[in-house]
Ligand binder design. Structure first.
Ligand code: GTP
Ligand code: MG
Length: 293
């Protein structure tokens, strides 16, 4: 008999949920950055072994909603949690346990499902601090085993996987064995481009940018062609994204192209332009089109 089910990753922004999901899946399906609130969509990553399949749901970091974008992120998180078979609460071991973590632990506990707690980033901690973080995690108002893990190095991950597999219900696989994510191709491409923007911008800009894929095609000579645009909210943001002499958009494009070529195994021509769309974060129709639901 096989086991299969959904595991929702909950946790504050920037604790390493997406990094852990990629580690568990063994492929980059969710983008990662140093900025909080990198993940905007619920992304499913699929880990399949001989006799089990675990669908990891990477949720946006929990935060107080402040506009339609963040309201959607928050509502999506609560829905996904309800529909999962188990919850994985991720903590940042470097920061210890705070009120935000307790809030999420309580919300997870109310969802009444098996839970596991991960203390992540232990590669940055000595033994004493790891022990203190584990102790603080064990005192959270959420039942579940606690695991010290480094999503970055993979330390502690096999033990975590073994525990999670035990929580999956018995049943047939939910996705084809070769699938690693349920993200539509266009969204996956847009996310790889956004990741490169996040790596190069600061302050408000990372949150002000969205990426839309206009066209995915193929030239006669077989070269894949992707036309994408960066949405900014103001002219000054647009100026930063273009950069002196077009340098920023060129660098973002070149780096994103390399990522896309690595993912698809094909040569790609990426046509990237920058546009202004005031208040895109409040534009419900655009959010729909971008797949942020
Ligand atoms: N040293 C160390 N850094 C880590 C580890 N896991 C994640 N990080 C870093 O922490 C930062 C945030 O990682 P993400 O995976 O994007 O965090 P997230 O929880 O998905 O964040 P949101 O999507 O914003 O909620 C990135 O710079 C990662 O490289 C880890 O185990 N060790
Ligand atoms: Mg994330």
């Amino acid at each position: 008999m096989t086991r299969a089910g959904f595991v929702a990753l909950a946790g504050r922004p920037n604790v390493g949920k997406s990094t852990l999901l990629n580690r568990l899946v063994g492929e980059k399906v969710a983008i990662v950055s140093e900025r909080p609130q990198t993940t905007r969509r619920a992304i499913r990553g699929i880990a399949t072994h001989e006799d089990w399949q675990m669908v990891l749901v990477d949720l946006p970091g929990v935060q107080r909603p402040r506009d339609p974008l963040t309201e959607r992120m928050q509502a999506r998180m609560e829905r996904e949690l309800e529909e999962s078979d188990a919850a994985l609460l991720v903590l940042n071991g470097q920061q210890g346990v705070g009120p935000g973590d307790r809030f999420i632990a309580e919300a997870t506990s109310r969802a009444r499902m098996p839970a596991v707690i991960v203390v992540n980033k232990v590669d940055l901690l000595d033994r004493g601090r790891t022990a203190a973080a584990l102790e603080a995690a064990a005192e959270l108002p959420l039942d579940g085993e606690v695991f010290p893990v480094s999503a970055r190095t993979g330390a502690g991950v096999p033990e975590l996987v073994e525990c999670l597999v035990g929580l999956l219900p018995e049943g047939p696989f939910l996705y084809p064995v070769d699938d690693r994510t349920d993200l539509p191709e266009r969204v996956r491409l847009a996310e790889l481009i956004r990741e490169q923007v996040l790596a190069r911008t600061r302050d408000e800009l990372p949150h002000a940018v969205e990426v839309e894929i206009d066209e995915v095609g193929e030239r006669e000579d077989g070269l894949a062609v992707i036309v994408a645009r960066l949405w900014a909210e103001t002219e000054s943001q647009k100026g930063i994204l273009i950069g002196a002499g077009g340098r920023m958009v060129r660098d973002v494009g070149a780096a994103a192209r390399r990522e896309i070529e690595a993912l698809t195994g094909r040569h790609v021509h990426l046509d990237l332009s920058v546009r202004v769309r005031k208040g895109w974060r409040r534009d419900e129709a655009l959010l729909d089109r971008l797949g942020i639901e």
